[in-house]
Design a protein around this ligand. Structure first.
Ligand SMILES: Cc1cc2nc3c(=O)[nH]c(=O)nc-3n(C[C@H](O)[C@H](O)[C@H](O)COP(=O)(O)O)c2cc1C
Length: 265
């Protein structure tokens, strides 16, 4: 069954296939047939950041950027679902095509550019969910927000999602928002981490609940960069690190027709 559906979907451009697949999943869920295709998931509980996960395989950010498909994805048995990246305001992302299959490498290059419907839409969808599992919400900054004002976008994101999220991810590692990855280094990182911790502290006081915050990092860092990020995260007391986002390296796919497409592999 998987092979047949995959063959059909792979006749479509990658982004269209993505949308068709998710809408199909919603339909199957509404018709009540999804569980017939879902494997039985063994219980394999893990505790991370003080949260109980029923199993350690979750869905990473970017597949359901707007939290539009939470119930259907939840029915597949993931140990957690991370929605987003959501930015304060809706934005269209980069021009299409912006997602490329590299079949021989079982890989994708994407430069979506945080296409999303913004915080208000995501919150409304999260409020409608029936999904009861662990929910991570991944926040980012709008493309038009200059890096020296990025703190304000992250603060907005954290305070808006705080009461709904089991954990919050601060994404500073998409390769598709110009300059975003610069926030992973030097004083920019330290300043941002302090602002994040401060926002978390304010929200904890307001809501009477501690929601862990993790920072999502890029894989394209040298050893000194990794040491710097690690010590900055520990000094500021961030709860976790999500390793990693997509890579800008093309070593693994050199020579492929799409290898030179800009984006994350
Ligand atoms: C099409 C696509 C869109 C993505 N969008 C996001 C995103 O919005 N935010 C984010 O933090 N990561 C995003 N990612 C990165 C994934 O969450 C994940 O970190 C990355 O794909 C590496 O995990 P993998 O090796 O399991 O693919 C995206 C990845 C892909 C392929």
């Amino acid at each position: 069954m998987y092979g047949v559906i995959r063959n059909l979907l792979f006749r479509l451009p990658a982004e269209q296939a993505h949308n068709v697949a998710l809408n199909g999943l919603d339909l199957a869920h509404r018709l009540g047939v999804l569980s017939a295709f879902s494997p039985k998931i063994d219980s394999l509980p893990v505790n991370v950041m003080g949260l109980d996960f029923p199993n350690p395989v979750g869905l990473a950010a970017g597949l359901d950027k707007n939290a539009d498909h939470l119930d259907a994805l939840g029915a597949l048995g993931f140990g957690f679902i991370e929605v987003g990246t959501v930015t304060p305001l809706a934005q269209p992302g980069n021009p299409k095509p912006r997602m490329f299959r590299l079949l021989e490498h079982q890989a994708i290059i994407n430069r979506m550019g945080f296409n999303n419907e913004g915080l208000d839409h995501l919150l409304a969808r999260v409020d409608q969910r029936r999904y009861k599992g662990v929910l991570g919400i991944n926040v980012g900054k709008n493309k038009d927000t200059p890096n020296d004002q990025s703190e304000s976008d992250y603060r907005k994101g954290i305070s808006a999602v705080y009461s709904r999220a089991d954990y919050i991810t601060v994404n500073v590692s998409s390769p598709n928002t110009p300059g975003l990855r610069d926030l992973q280094f030097g004083d920019s990182l330290k300043g941002l981490l302090e602002a994040i911790k401060d926002e978390q502290f304010q929200c904890e006081k307001e809501h009477g609940r501690y929601v862990p915050v993790a920072v999502k990092i890029a894989p394209d860092m040298d050893d000194d960069g990794i040491r710097f990020v690690a010590s900055a995260l520990r000094e500021t007391g961030l709860d976790g690190v999500i390793a990693t986002n997509t890579t800008i390296s093309r070593d693994a796919v050199a020579g492929h027709a799409h290898a030179d497409e800009a984006g994350g592999l």
